[in-house]
Design a binder for this molecule. Structure first.
Ligand code: ADP
Ligand code: MG
Length: 685
């Protein structure tokens, strides 16, 4: 149960004054549904304004507060703005401009002949000074006294800065003082404020110390939770698995294992031989050959008389794994079954029976395979493919209800830098497949401006006429899913005009049957061009597809681009990846795409992407899901995560039950950052 002291923080945002169902929607979009979320919605930056007696004392580009007298309203002509002409005490004229509906309110707020105090950014329009949509208008100077420095918060549609500022202010009021969970020596050395003070300071003005402290809290919570998983895992009893090699020796592989594959298998074999359950991450670039490593691990379990299960994130991937594994074990007598959420009735019953009586050795499927109703005779190893979401291993640990805990192998192709690996998978041991199977050809990667679309379409036509297949990827970014989907559908329609029935479309909102049907047409070669919106759906292996076009490539993370690109270059043919970029590209954007052209080493891409983004990142900018953190920025993660993890390890070594005074405070921290499954593991033992 959550400690009482934290209750005021977990109150629903709807309980705040002025928040009704209508405002909840934009709040939900920002992930701000409780008081706790609001207090951690830290400003992206601050506007600093200075009050000037007249416009001569201000320079263009500055944020100012100035008194102006309204002289004239000029209605918009055509698509131009509505302009209010106003002058200062010395007769300097400034146009205050409004676009769209804002002009109605402006007419009222700025009556002709009246003097008003106006806060906004001074710009220039031709020869004239201008303010576009000023931030505040007041009838007296004193009313703007609080606006000299103002936080700027991340917004969503339907939310104004004034609103969110007010809500954060309300949310901060009931924040209690909490005992110190950080190591006191560290707090002193760093000069950090206490937690509550840090929150207030961080909302009030730019304050790196306060921001660091809050980020550190989050990193410490994360570190503690991971260490608790590790510690709890050590106390679990699993089944020591020693295989005799009889099945593995019968495997019919058309290739020799790479050194990295052999090394990883040996590491896994070492873990499986222990009775403490394995908790291992297999990290390997797309195409590095993780499947066969997983198969070896599962065969060890089967040789030892137990069962193994392999979880894939989508049905398509589950099907594909099933086929691949079946091919590899041909002639060994190993029974592999496939179970997805769509299997119903008889077929499902028969699989459940087979699992229970042990006639099925290996089960492949989607999350259905770990459901309540699915009982195994002797499950000893769980493999999870493409785990890039934080928390799976924790849920898995909590789900260990049986007498014996299965060994656990997670696999990911997301190349993430070492610091982030530690942040996300710090509770696991890591094996890295840092060597690609021999004979892979480099993928010819080119960056092309979107206005050369005709050339791209021409190249695509030639490629398809030559018998090749191709992928066309459109971006899908959460904030504007609707628009992106529309963009993908429009692109699909346009390509269909040119290429007819050779084109199929796959996106996340199709029904599974539709998706499978489209995928099936593409992998069988009936369809030549696959238009897709997300990464997962292209998690397929079609060696004949050797051309990939990625639209608005600058909107993707490098790791994501890299993974997408990995879908081509799977066969012996030379592959090409065209990164279409917008006409306008930031300096960082340009560098990132250049990097894609330069290297195909996923780990290097990940490290350099972190460098590129880490440096230029704004305070408080939320990462797009590539870290498990909401408060800590990439820069802070790099700087503070190693300290936080050391600190967490020490604390758990000294007080594994978190029962001393600092341990108690640390429990609060775990609840605060919703890593309370860590606390539950403590109790479960
Ligand atoms: P991953 O899951 O790591 O992206 P896969 O396991 O799907 O990669 O393997 C990619 C391709 O490489 C498959 O076609 C597989 O058969 C092949 N492969 C795996 N290991 C080797 C190897 N040692 N030598 C040659 N080809 C290999
Ligand atoms: Mg794979």
């Amino acid at each position: 149960m959550r400690p009482e002291a934290l209750n005021p923080l977990f109150v629903d945002a709807q309980a705040l004054e002025g928040v009704g169902p209508k405002l909840m929607r934009p709040l939900e979009k920002l992930g701000l549904t409780r008081v706790r979320d609001l207090i951690y919605h830290l400003p992206e930056r601050f506007v600093e304004r200075h009050a000037v007696a007249d416009l001569d004392k201000a320079t263009v580009g500055e944020n100012i507060i100035v008194a102006l007298t309204v002289r004239e309203h000029r209605s918009s002509t055509g698509r131009g703005p509505f302009r209010v002409l106003a002058e200062d005490a010395r007769g300097n004229v400034c146009a205050i401009s409004y676009f769209g509906r804002a002009s109605y309110a402006a007419k009222k707020a700025l009556p002709v002949g009246e003097k008003r105090w106006i806060a906004g950014r001074l710009d220039q329009y031709g020869q004239m000074l201008q303010m576009v949509h000023p931030d505040h208008i007041a009838e007296a100077a004193s009313a703007l006294a609080g606006q000299v420095r103002e936080p700027v918060y991340g917004l969503s549609e339907g939310m104004t800065l004034g609103r969110i500022t007010g809500l954060v202010g309300q949310a901060l009021k009931p924040v209690p003082d909490l005992p110190e969970w950080c190591e006191p020596g560290l707090v002193e050395r760093m000069g950090w404020p206490a937690w509550r003070e840090a929150l207030e300071l961080a909302h009030r003005g730019p304050n790196p110390l306060a921001r660091d402290r809050l980020a550190y809290d989050e990193l410490l919570a994360n570190g503690l939770a991971l260490m608790l998983v590790r510690a709890s895992n050590r106390t679990q009893k699993g089944l020591a698995l020693v295989g005799d090699g009889r099945l593995r020796s019968k495997l019919n592989l058309p290739f020799a294992l790479t050194g990295a594959q052999q090394r990883s298998i040996a590491e896994i074999q070492g873990d499986l031989a222990q009775s403490a359950p394995m908790l291992r991450l297999l990290q390997g670039d797309v195409g590095s050959g993780k499947t066969v490593v997983a198969l070896n691990a599962m065969l060890i379990a089967v040789e030892a008389g137990a069962q193994a299960a392999m979880l894939a994130p989508t049905e398509i991937l589950a099907r594909q794994h099933h086929e691949t594994l079946m091919r590899m074990v041909q002639g060994t007598g190993v029974e592999i079954a496939l179970l997805t959420g769509r299997d119903k009735g008889r077929a499902r019953e028969s699989i459940l029976m087979g699992l229970l009586d042990g006639s099925i050795d290996i089960l492949v499927g989607t999350h259905a395979i770990f459901q309540e109703a699915v009982a195994y005779k002797n499950l000893a190893l769980a493999v999870i493919d493409e785990q890039h979401r934080f928390g799976v291993s924790q849920r898995l640990l909590l789900a260990r209800k049986g007498r014996r805990a299965p060994h656990f192998l997670a696999m990911t192709a997301t190349p993430i830098p070492r610091t982030l690996t530690l942040a996300q998978y710090g509770e696991m041991d890591v094996s890295r497949l840092d060597e690609l199977p021999p004979g892979r050809q480099a993928i010819d990667t080119r960056v092309i401006a979107i206005d050369r679309m005709d050339d791209v379409a021409g190249a695509l036509a030639r490629h398809l006429e030559g018998g090749g297949q191709a992928y066309w990827v459109c971006p899908m970014v959460r904030e504007s899913e609707g628009d992106d989907l529309a963009a993908a559908e429009a692109r699909f329609a346009a390509l269909k005009v040119r290429f007819g029935d050779d084109v199929v479309l796959v996106h996340g909102q199709l029904r599974p049957e539709q998706k499978d049907a489209a995928m099936e047409r593409f992998s069988s070669g009936a369809a030549k061009l696959l238009v897709a919106t997300t990464v997962i759906e292209v998690g397929v292996d079609v060696p004949n597809a050797t051309l990939m076009v990625i639209e608005q490539a600058e909107r993707f993370g490098l790791a994501q681009l890299h993974q997408l690109r990995g879908r081509v270059g799977r066969g012996s043919e030379k592959s090409v990846c065209l990164l279409l970029r917008s006409a306008e590209l930031s300096e960082t954007g340009r560098k990132r795409l250049a990097l894609m052209r330069e290297t195909q080493d996923g780990f290097r891409l990940a490290e350099e992407d972190l460098e590129l983004r880490g440096g230029g990142e704004l305070l408080g900018t939320r990462q797009s899901g590539d870290t498990p953190f909401r408060v800590a920025t990439l820069e802070q993660i790099q700087k503070l995560l190693p300290i936080a993890h050391d600190d967490a390890r020490l604390l758990i070594e000294r007080d594994g039950g978190l029962s001393g005074p600092r341990g108690e405070a640390a429990r609060l921290l775990l609840y605060l950052f919703e890593r309370d499954w860590g606390v539950q593991l403590l109790r479960g033992g």
